[in-house]
Design a protein around this ligand. Structure first.
Ligand code: 13P
Length: 252
């Protein structure tokens, strides 16, 4: 069966020393166990090594990066590649976050190349999809999410797809405090799972974790996580505080 996962996307927040302390607090609060199958911490590149050191004693807490380049090595000043992250002990990489799409112009084809590169090097992928507010208002949510999922993921072989987690993050809910209702999240998650059924079959679809992201807080996580097709969350702002993040982890 599919895994229940809570991931923290720290985005471009905290310094390395503050991030080390945050990871230490989270690991300490979770050391006696939790129900989720996996907790994933996704700090900035500069913190990965130290955060990895803080969580390595707990075999249910994993390390994630927030981006990769499409090439392994080369003259790409300022970029970081999949083999570098793998060698550092990174388990997951977030690909397709709306902030990368919006501010860095990452499109479906580039994201497909990044997904393939990550999987080639044994990194698991948290692939983000989600409609903007304008697309939501125009009733285009399903259309947009379908395009994002198909174009970046559905050329993968079934055994590659097994290492992909999908995160549904409606852009209008990110950082706004305007969380999707549990009913709306469920409807979109069920829609995404149905797309996976059509491409990879029922068994694979049932084994695919689909996380919700967008203003998850300790007081709304339980209702979201109790939806049948919501397999956990990708938490932004509330993952920057150990107490609130751990409280969210405990809602699963
Ligand atoms: P917030 O939880 O801050 O809305 O961010 C969600 C997100 O973008 C996680 O990737």
């Amino acid at each position: 069966m599919r895994k229940k996962i809570v991931a923290g996307n720290w985005k471009m927040n905290t310094t390395p020393s503050a991030g080390k302390q945050l990871a230490e607090e989270i690991a300490s609060q979770l050391k006696d166990g939790f129900n989720a199958d996996e907790v994933i911490l996704c700090p900035p590149f500069t913190h990965l090594y130290q955060v990895g050191e803080e969580i390595k004693q707990n075999d249910k807490i994993f390390l994630g990066a927030q981006n990769i380049h499409t090439e392994d090595f080369g003259a790409y000043t300022g970029e970081v590649s999949a083999p570098m992250l793998k060698d550092l002990g990174v388990d997951y990489v977030i690909i397709g976050h709306s902030e990368r799409r919006q501010y860095f112009g990452e499109d479906d084809l580039l994201l497909r190349a990044k997904v393939e590169k990550a999987l080639e090097h044994g990194l698991k992928v948290i692939f983000c999809v989600g409609e903007t507010e304008d697309e939501y208002n125009r009733n285009h949510s399903e259309h947009v999410v379908k395009r994002q999922v198909i174009s970046a993921l559905f050329t993968l072989e079934p055994e590659q797809f097994a290492d992909v987690v999908i995160a549904y993050e409606p852009v209008w809910a990110i950082g706004t405090g305007r969380t999707a209702t549990p009913e709306y999240a469920q409807k979109m998650h069920a829609f995404i799972r149905q797309l996976v059924v059509q491409r990879y079959g029922e068994e694979t679809a049932q084994n695919t974790s689909i996380l919700y992201g967008g203003s998850i807080k300790p007081n709304n996580a339980k209702d979201l996580f109790s939806q049948p097709d919501v397999d956990g969350g990708l938490v932004g702002g509330a993952s920057l505080n150990a107490n609130s993040f751990v409280e969210i982890v405990r809602q699963i």
